[in-house]
Ligand binder design. Structure first.
Ligand SMILES: Nc1ncnc2c1ncn2[C@@H]1O[C@H](COP(=O)(O)OP(=O)(O)OP(=O)(O)O)[C@@H](O)[C@H]1O
Ligand SMILES: [Mg+2]
Length: 290
């Protein structure tokens, strides 16, 4: 079983948003959930981008070890972190079906301290293979096992679906981060996701928390962005982060260079927003634990 909560809280710092040579800004020692899943059944809302960039920011903040588990057959997190196909001989699929231990699937990324369990093409067929397996919803949780002690944070990137792969992620996780694009049906999709989280809590993982909702690809000059943002805030209150991730071309370019945007262009608006988001997450956790 995944052991959580027993880890000592760490003092973490987030890079200063103003100047990359500025001293690191200590933001406290509140514990963040250790296994954070980035989920939304809607496609293209910024799940992978958020997983990669929060992982990189968490790493910059604590200078320690972070693991990204790619639970999406599309493999975008693996690609965005520069893992070549040749390094993806084993991955999440092998882990889920019990053909590999987690240690055999972990590859190092170009970012020191950031490791990846990559996705391989056969992950697309995993649901069929899992259907008759014992503990099919707990396969990822069981597989992570003791490896949880080797990392400060584990981020899980999900496919755009509430399928058995995502369910495995939700069962393994301590908390869920939901990226939400400010568009017309955003609230409907969010309601559906929240109902699913309730069902997962009742049946499989009573401790699963909603970490927060982050509004992505926002355009503050667009009325729809502002209307939807206001609706979502009214609906979920302070579970919605103040920080919105703006639409920024540098964010979309970074994956083709196999890098988090933080390393691709530290000063761009997208990098600064992800840093700001990480600060906000840590500050909120501090407030809640004090
Ligand atoms: N803040 C941003 N500014 C500009 N482009 C962005 C931003 N965030 C994400 N994108 C781009 O939008 C597309 C979708 O983002 P991403 O892949 O992170 O979404 P996703 O939810 O993981 O998608 P999927 O559901 O297919 O897994 C990508 O091309 C990505 O580079
Ligand atoms: Mg994705």
């Amino acid at each position: 079983m995944v052991e959580t909560g027993a880890e000592p809280a760490k003092t973490r710092t987030i890079p200063d948003t103003g100047d990359d040579n500025a001293p690191q800004d200590a933001v406290g020692s509140a514990p963040l959930p250790k296994i954070l899943i980035i989920a939304n059944q809607k496609g293209g809302v910024g799940k992978t981008t958020t997983a990669i960039n929060l992982a990189a920011t968490a790493l910059a903040a604590i200078g320690s070890r972070v693991l990204v588990i790619d639970l999406d057959p599309q493999g975008n997190a693996s690609t965005g972190l520069g893992i070549p196909q040749s390094a993806r001989s084993r991955g999440t699929y092998d882990l889920l079906i019990g053909e590999a231990e987690i240690g055999d699937t972990i590859v190092t990324s170009e970012v020191p301290g950031l490791d990846v369990v990559p996705s391989t093409v056969d992950l697309a067929g995993a649901e069929l293979d899992l259907i008759d397996m014992e503990r099919r919803e707990y396969r990822l949780r069981d597989a992570i096992g003791g490896a949880v002690a080797d990392y400060d944070y584990i981020f899980v990137d999900c496919p755009p679906s509430l399928n058995l792969l995502t369910l495995n992620g939700l069962v393994a996780a301590d908390a869920v981060m939901v990226p939400l694009q400010c568009e017309f049906f955003a609230l409907e999709g969010l309601t559906h996701l929240l109902r699913t989280l309730d069902r997962v809590r009742r049946s499989f993982n009573p401790d699963l928390e909603l970490q927060g909702v982050v509004l992505t690809m926002a355009d503050a000059r667009n009325n729809l962005t502002n209307m939807v943002a206001a609706d979502v805030r009214q609906f979920l209150g302070d579970k919605v982060y103040e920080t919105m991730i703006p639409r920024n071309v540098r964010v979309s370019e970074a994956p083709s260079h196999g890098k988090p945007v933080l390393l691709y262009d530290f000063k761009c608006a997208g990098s600064q927003a992800y840093i700001q988001l990480a600060r906000e997450i840590l500050h909120r956790d501090e407030d809640q634990s004090s």
